[in-house]
Design a protein around this ligand. Structure first.
Ligand SMILES: NC(=O)c1ccc[n+]([C@@H]2O[C@H](COP(=O)([O-])OP(=O)(O)OC[C@H]3O[C@@H](n4cnc5c(N)ncnc54)[C@H](O)[C@@H]3O)[C@@H](O)[C@H]2O)c1
Length: 331
C-alpha cells in the first residue's frame, strides 16, 4: 500500500500530530507519513478502541513519538501540540449503537475532546486542523447521493457529536483564524480495522468469520447499501488536506467515499470470493435500530477542491483487506 505519493511538498520539515492513531484510520495515516519520511509524527491515543499492535511497527522510526494520553484532558492536548505544524484529529468514540448506550461518554470524548484539541492547537499557534466527521451527520436526509450542503436531522448522539465538531470548526475558524478541514467518512474499511468487540464494523467481522469458520450475521435482509471506502483513499485525502495550499479548500467539510454503493449481500459475496469460502451461508437477524437503508457520497466537492481521486475501488480494497486478515490469522 501507499506506493503512490499524495503530497507535492517536502514532508521532511513537517511535524504532524495525529490523535487516535493507535486506531484504524489514524495508524494508516502514520504508516503513509513515515514511509514518505515526514520530519516527525506524534501520536496521541488512550487505547480506548486502539491497540498497541497497530503502532508497534512504528517504534523503530526515530521520527516517531507516541504519547499515551487522553484528549479529555486539556493539559495532555497542550503537551501534544507543542512544536506541531499540523493536527490530524481522528480520536473519537466511534459507533452509532455505542453512542446510544453511552451518550455521556460520547459527548466527553467526541465533543469535549474535540474542543480541547482545538484549544490546545490554538494555544500553540497551530493553524491547520484536519478532523474526522462522519456521514452520520446526514441523519434522516432522504436523497442520494449525499451532498455536503443538504443534511437532515441527526439520529444518534454520535451523529450529534460529529455535527457539533463541524459547528465548532466553523466558529473557531472565524474566531481564531484557524484552517479547518472536516471529513464525512463513508464506511471506511481496510487493514488494521478491528473485528473485536460488540461494536466492530461489518467488513472485519465478515472477513474474520469467513476465515475462522464462525457465523456471519446479517442485520435485516442485507439489501441495505453503503458507499464502502477503502482506507487508502481516506489517507490520500487526509494527506492532501494537511498540506494543501489552496485557500478555497480551507474551512470546509467534505464527503469522503467512492461515490458508489454496494449492498451488504454484495459485500458478503465479495468477502467470500476473496476468502475463497464460496459455500459460506449467512445468518439473518433483526435489523439494527437507527440504521439507515442506503448511503452514498457525492464526492465532487472533494475532487474539485482537494484534487481527491479514489484510486482503490471496493473490490480491490476488499481483496487487500481479506488478504491482510489472512496474514494476521497466520501469526
Ligand atoms: N471507520 C469508519 O468507517 C468511520 C466512519 C465515519 C467516521 N469515522 C471517524 O474516523 C475517526 C477514526 O475512526 P477509526 O475507524 O479509525 O476508529 P478507531 O476506533 O479504530 O480509532 C479511534 C482511536 O481514537 C482513540 N481514542 C478514543 N477516545 C480517545 C480519547 N479520549 N483520547 C485519546 N484517544 C482516544 C481510540 O483509542 C482509537 O485508537 C473517528 O473520529 C471516527 O469517529 C470513522
Amino acid at each position: 500500500m501507499y506506493d503512490v505519493p499524495y503530497h507535492s511538498c517536502s514532508l521532511r520539515d513537517k511535524t504532524v500530530l495525529i490523535t487516535g492513531a493507535a486506531g484504524f484510520i489514524g495508524s494508516n495515516i502514520v504508516e503513509y507519513l513515515l514511509k514518505y519520511q515526514v520530519g516527525k509524527v506524534i501520536v496521541l491515543d488512550n487505547f480506548l478502541t486502539g491497540f498497541e499492535s497497530n503502532v508497534d511497527v512504528f517504534k523503530k522510526f526515530p521520527n516517531y513519538q507516541f504519547i499515551e494520553g487522553d484528549i479529555r484532558d486539556l493539559e495532555t492536548c497542550k503537551k501534544a501540540c507543542e512544536n506541531v505544524d499540523v493536527v490530524c484529529h481522528q480520536a473519537a468514540m466511534g459507533s452509532v449503537p455505542r453512542s446510544i448506550k453511552e451518550p455521556f461518554a460520547t459527548t466527553e470524548h467526541n465533543i469535549c475532546g474535540f474542543v480541547n484539541m482545538v484549544s490546545a492547537a490554538h494555544f500553540h499557534g497551530v493553524k491547520r486542523f484536519v478532523y474526522a466527521s462522519s456521514s452520520s451527520v446526514y441523519g434522516d436526509e432522504p436523497n442520494l447521493p449525499k451532498i455536503e450542503d443538504r443534511i437532515g436531522k441527526p439520529l444518534s448522539p454520535y451523529a450529534i457529536s460529529k455535527l457539533s465538531n463541524e459547528l465548532f470548526a466553523k466558529n473557531f475558524g472565524e474566531l481564531y483564524e484557524m484552517e479547518f478541514i472536516g471529513f464525512r467518512y463513508f464506511n471506511v474499511f481496510g487493514p488494521r480495522q478491528s473485528p473485536e468487540g460488540a461494536y466492530a464494523a461489518v467488513i472485519p467481522l465478515f472477513a474474520q468469520a469467513c476465515l475462522d469458520g464462525s457465523p456471519v450475521y446479517i442485520n435485516g435482509d442485507g439489501g441495505q447499501t453503503r458507499d464502502f471506502t477503502f482506507v487508502e483513499n481516506v489517507v490520500q485525502i487526509n494527506i492532501k488536506a494537511l498540506f494543501t495550499d489552496k485557500p478555497e479548500a480551507l474551512n470546509q467539510v467534505y464527503n469522503v467515499g467512492c461515490g458508489g454503493r454496494y449492498s451488504v449481500l454484495e459485500l458478503f459475496e465479495g468477502v467470500k470470493k476473496s476468502a475463497q469460502t464460496p459455500n459460506k451461508k449467512p445468518v439473518f437477524r433483526d435489523p439494527r435500530t437507527g440504521d439507515i437503508r442506503d448511503s452514498q457520497a457525492d464526492i465532487s466537492k472533494a475532487e474539485r477542491l482537494l484534487d481527491y481521486k479514489p484510486l482503490f475501488d471496493f473490490m480491490e480494497g476488499l481483496k487487500i483487506t481479506v488478504n491482510y486478515f489472512k496474514e494476521v490469522a497466520k501469526v
